[in-house]
Each structure stands twice: as structure tokens, then as C-alpha cells.
Design a protein around this ligand. Structure first.
Ligand code: FMN
Length: 232
């Protein structure tokens, strides 16, 4: 039993190594691999991390939601994802911030209990949608009780526009940085959405997009481990 488990672990390590190497080759980002790239090899430190997922779009047919669902399928063996709802909050108002509504407490609990945060945002007039800003504001109060502090995080976004949410993601970084969310810098994931990216089952069918998402997940896994270990 024990030997089988060890064998399985080694198989997983080898798979992880191969995946990372392939992703690096594909994107031409070769560099010497380091020990911190392989969290599953760290004795006693690796466990499945819980990721709180916020989607900045509250649209029923959100393409960002669809990208996130596809990303979750790719990362399901690596992460446990928790979908954090943000569409039922009142507008933030300091007058009611001392006694936040239950929906906000729900979000703060889900985020606080997660190891890291993943935010997917559309771009609305070169910034993030109001619903996402509202959620971030709620999560940041009362002062000293922000749920974002110290959380490893990553951002991505998809847009029908050619710039693929680049401006919105820059704003998002500006907004969460003072909250001391520790955001992964690379790879950036700006998706210029095309309907053919996903198949009918919601899986990524475009090979180039799939590689980008896989690399994103790989790097995010390393990022979460590095930041978590440092702040533990
Ligand atoms: C009010 C509004 C403003 C928008 N502004 C931008 C923009 O500045 N840049 C851009 O690339 N797309 C912009 N779009 C297009 C959206 O990003 C695009 O529709 C995207 O699909 C939304 O993602 P979602 O389906 O996840 O909501 C805007 C859409 C709306 C409704």
C-alpha cells in the first residue's frame, strides 16, 4: 500500500516535470528549472490547495465564467476550487460597513478559508466591472479585517476586444495591491476571446489556448506554494 502510494507520487512528480518542461519549450521561456518549481517534491509541504474563484462578470452567459470553468477542468487534480458569489451584494456604503450583510460575510469566510484567490475579469470601459470593484471594497472592510491580506493571487481575463482585458487587469492589480494580495506577475493571461476556444463540453479545444492555460496553472501552483511557505 505504502509502496504503491510512493510509486503514484513519483509518477505524479514525473508528469509535473514533463508538463512544466513542455510548457516552457512551447512558449520559449526556457530557464534553468529550480526546486521551487516542483512543490510536490517538497517534503511535507505539498497538499491540495483551495482556491477562491471570483468572476468579475455577473452575466449569465459570461465568457469569463466559461474560461474559468475550463481552467477548473484543467486544474481539478491540482486545486480544490471554491466559487465565490459576488452578484448579490448591495452597493458598498460605509454607513452599513460595520454590520455587513450575510452575503458579504459569506464571501469573506470563503476567501479567508482558501489558500489563494483567482480573479477573472472582463473589461468594462478600460477597467473592471462595478460588481467586482464592489466585492473587493466589501472584502477590504472593516479596516484591519480585509479578507485579501497576504493571499497569493492571480488574475486573468477574456474579452471580445483585441486587448483581451489588459487595461482592466492593470486596474485590478492597482486595486488589490494595497490590500497586500500577493499577485503572480507572469504569465499574464489576456485572452482575446474566440468562440472556437472551447468545445461543447466546455473544455479547451484550441491547443494554443490550452497550453497557455496549463502554463498559467503550473506557475500559479508554484506561486501559491512559494507565497504560502514565506508567509506561513
Ligand atoms: C459597459 C461595457 C464596457 C465594455 N468595455 C470594454 C473595454 O473597455 N474593453 C474591451 O475589451 N471590452 C469591453 N467590453 C466588452 C466586454 O469586455 C466583452 O463583452 C466581454 O465579453 C465581457 O465578458 P463577460 O462575457 O465575461 O461578461 C465592454 C462591455 C460592456 C458591457
Amino acid at each position: 500500500m505504502k509502496a504503491g502510494g510512493e510509486k503514484e507520487r513519483q509518477g505524479g512528480d514525473r508528469r509535473e516535470y514533463t508538463l512544466r518542461w513542455r510548457a516552457q519549450e512551447t512558449l520559449g521561456q526556457q530557464r534553468p528549472l529550480k526546486f521551487h518549481d516542483f512543490p510536490s517534491l517538497w517534503p511535507g509541504t505539498h497538499r491540495m490547495r483551495t482556491i477562491a474563484v471570483l468572476v468579475g462578470s455577473i452575466s449569465r452567459d459570461s465568457i469569463n465564467r466559461r474560461v474559468v470553468e475550463a481552467l477548473k477542468l484543467l486544474g481539478k487534480d491540482r486545486f480544490a476550487f471554491v466559487d465565490v458569489r459576488i452578484d448579490d451584494f448591495p452597493l458598498f456604503n460605509v454607513d452599513i460597513a460595520k454590520d455587513p450583510p450575510a452575503q458579504v460575510l459569506r464571501m469573506k469566510k470563503e476567501v479567508s478559508e482558501s489558500d489563494a484567490v483567482l480573479i477573472a475579469t472582463p473589461e468594462h470601459n478600460r477597467s473592471i466591472p462595478a460588481a467586482l470593484k464592489n466585492a473587493i471594497d466589501w472584502g477590504s472592510r472593516p479596516a484591519g479585517h480585509s479578507c485579501w491580506i497576504g493571499k497569493p493571487g492571480a488574475v486573468l481575463g477574456a474579452s471580445t476586444g483585441a486587448t483581451g482585458t489588459a487595461a482592466a487587469q492593470q486596474h485590478l492589480r492597482t486595486i488589490v495591491s494595497p490590500q497586500q494580495m500577493v499577485l503572480m506577475g507572469q504569465p499574464e493571461l489576456y485572452l482575446h476571446w474566440k468562440e472556437g476556444f472551447l468545445n461543447e463540453a466546455g473544455e479547451v479545444s484550441d491547443e494554443a489556448v490550452k497550453k497557455r492555460l496549463e502554463l498559467f496553472l503550473e506557475r500559479f501552483a508554484s506561486w501559491v506554494e512559494r507565497v504560502s511557505v514565506k508567509s506561513a
